[in-house]
Ligand binder design. Structure first.
Ligand code: F6R
Length: 242
């Protein structure tokens, strides 16, 4: 595991974009696993800037997002699909058919087949070359929430009270927040050749400290990442030192 501690969010964002950009330059057909949320916004801004300067070409890159709320319409401004359009997909030369995100507008009974198809599509693409992850204040990765057992495949999940409280703040009316999500499981994340976990701000310190302390536990899903052979933890001073 490699730990990089940055001075601030700006430096973290530049460094994260450099690492992702290097992957794309090395392999123009790279398959990127992407995250939403506040943490990666700066990285996406830096990637867009690099694209605008002609430094990066995404025309052959494929992207698979980690998760989506359930139920939610992709056109809903709170959807992770809308987030990706706003921050990356529509701002670089990614092909629409190369941008993937779990479907949030499905009936519960459709979930198993839709989730299995998502995993098959990732496998058919050759697996993920670089997986970008944020970390929840409760240590979740994707929406793999703390639990006794974690699942390997993409699946529907009931969000924890902690996640509802944190993410509910982003909805005009927190009661409108979907109570469920679809998330990639630990299987596709662990099969990624490289994992880049990012964290910024004091409110991530407990999760980062818990994750980096000795030991792995499904009660803090990010701690399992220490078992990945190519993990980089990129955080700012506040997330690292508190
Ligand atoms: C989002 C995702 C989540 C977030 C996590 C941190 O696609 O998978 O695990 O990475 O909730 O969110 P922020 O970055 O908003 O603190």
């Amino acid at each position: 595991m490699k730990i990089i501690v940055c001075e601030n969010y700006e430096e973290l964002s530049k460094k994260g974009a450099e690492l992702i950009g290097a992957e794309v330059k090395k392999n123009p057909d790279a398959v990127l696993g992407l995250a939403t949320g506040n943490s990666p916004i700066g990285i996406y801004r830096c990637l867009v800037e690099a694209y605008q300067k002609g430094e990066l070409d995404f025309s052959r890159v494929q992207t698979y997002n980690l998760d989506e709320y359930l139920p939610i319409d992709p056109a809903d401004k709170n959807s992770y699909c809308a987030f990706m359009h706003e921050h990356l997909w529509d701002k670089v030369n990614l092909k629409a058919e190369h941008c993937h995100i779990p479907a949030g507008n499905i009936a519960p009974e459709e979930a198993p087949a839709v989730c299995a198809a998502y995993d098959k599509a990732i496998e058919a693409a050759g697996g993920i070359d670089l997986q970008l992850l944020g970390i929840g204040q409760n240590g979740h990765i994707g929406f793999n929430e703390p639990a006794e057992t974690l699942l390997t495949g993409t699946h529907a999940v009931k969000l924890t009270d902690s996640t509802l409280k944190v993410n509910g703040q982003l909805f005009e009316n927190p009661d409108d927040m979907p109570r469920h999500a679809v998330t990639m499981g630990l299987g596709a994340i662990f099969a990624a050749k490289k994992v880049l976990l990012i964290a910024n701000g004091k409110n991530k310190h407990a999760a980062i400290k818990g994750m980096l302390d000795d030991g792995v536990t499904t009660a803090l899903p990010a701690s399992l990442l220490k078992l990945h052979p190519d993990l980089t933890v990129l955080c700012d001073k506040e997330a690292y030192h508190g």
